[in-house]
Design a protein around this ligand. Structure first.
Ligand code: NAP
Length: 327
């Protein structure tokens, strides 16, 4: 293999640099503690044979035209709504993502949010730190039961199924939707495949795990909040724009639903101004996959996809294998 150059658009776990370096690649990593600007991204990709990119990088036709040498973009994420698949197909550019390695970490964060909202964990923490805890009280910080309540999973893929597996410990009936009908894995867990409307009407907890696509953008808006139970709690660790954030703020303000736990936002990093002021929201800064081991595995997988490509193999988690060899 001739020496190949790889750009990494944001400092990630060092495993990516180490793997690529030990295979003889030249590696350039964004030295700033911020995302690259579009112009910087074009310049970085133009000087490279491959790019490891972040979910905040827009990967599309303009970039492919400006960086004709770069033949593969390996997203440091499983979600790939930042990548224009049609433009990549036209340009013969390979796109990869990091499935599986972040499944457990993301499902666990969804559970953390679910419990944090249900049992008012951040409110209690603030009360203690601010010196407002003056002793046990019978009506202090009452929350919602989790065990035995119905969990609705929208998008029963890898992360949705991992969410469901963990629900067994809490004896929760599970409802699910996905694009392609019933899932043998979910059925084996005792989960019931239902329509989106039935899931929204029947669930006490609703957890979103579908990708952001043209079909799922604003899938949950005013109409959907209107049919949820008044005590429903919604959790989103997928992508912010699956929920209409204005409609969510209105549903919470009007008491249509009981709470929300969010890791992702419609216009990241901006957040609807009402949500942080509400006591029944728990808001995290997009950290679904942010564990030490998971981020290392993501770095390794992104780098291995690129090495696969350079060594003439179809990258192991390539999203568009039909492009291989076309650029
Ligand atoms: P996955 O295995 O592809 O699962 C996605 C599921 O969503 C599939 O069951 C799919 O249905 C379903 N789906 C697609 N379109 C749908 C629609 N219109 N209506 C209902 N369901 C639909 O993906 P994953 O690995 O679980 O990841 C899911 C998403 O989580 C990613 O796309 C990413 O955006 C997000 N994520 C966020 C974080 C974070 O940091 N917060 C971390 C990791 C992932 P079929 O099975 O029928 O195709």
């Amino acid at each position: 293999m001739n020496a190949m150059n790889v750009a990494i658009t944001r400092k990630t776990h060092r495993a990516a640099e180490e793997l690529l370096g030990s295979a003889g690649c030249g590696v350039w990593t964004n030295p700033h503690d911020r995302a690259l600007t579009p112009a910087e991204l074009r310049e970085a990709a133009a000087g490279s044979d491959a790019t490891i990119c972040m979910l905040s990088d827009a990967i599309g036709a303009g970039l492919f035209a400006a960086a004709p040498r770069c033949r593969i973009y390996a997203n440091y994420a499983v979600g790939h709504n930042n990548m224009d698949a049609a433009a990549a197909a036209r340009a013969g550019v390979a796109l990869c993502n990091t499935p599986d390695v972040l499944t457990d970490a993301t499902a666990e964060l969804a559970w953390a949010l679910l419990f944090a909202v249900a049992r008012r964990v951040p409110e209690g923490d603030r009360m203690v730190r601010e010196g407002r805890f003056h002793g046990w009280a019978p009506l202090m910080l009452l929350g919602h039961d989790v065990g035995g309540r119905t969990l609705g999973i929208i998008g029963a893929g890898r992360i949705g199924a991992a969410m469901a597996r963990r629900a067994a410990g809490f004896a929760m009936p599970i409802l699910y939707t996905r694009r392609s009908g019933r899932s043998p894995e979910m059925d084996a867990l005792g989960a019931r495949h239902v329509s989106l409307d039935e899931l929204l009407r029947e669930s006490d907890y609703i957890s979103i795990h579908c990708p952001l696509t043209t079909e799922t953008r604003h899938m949950i808006g005013a109409t959907q909040f209107a049919i949820m139970k008044p005590g429903a709690i919604i959790i989103n660790t997928a992508r912010g724009a699956v929920i209409d954030e204005r409609a969510l703020a209105a549903a919470l303000r009007e008491g249509r639903i009981a709470g929300a736990g969010l890791d992702v936002y419609e216009h990241e990093p901006d957040i609807d101004h009402e949500l942080p002021a509400m006591s029944n929201t728990v808001l995290l800064p997009h950290i679904g996959s942010a564990t030490f081991d998971t981020r290392r595995r993501m770095a390794e997988l992104a780098a291995r996809n690129i090495l696969d490509y350079f060594e003439g193999r179809v990258p192991r988690t390539c999203l568009n294998p039909g492009t291989i060899g076309r650029r």
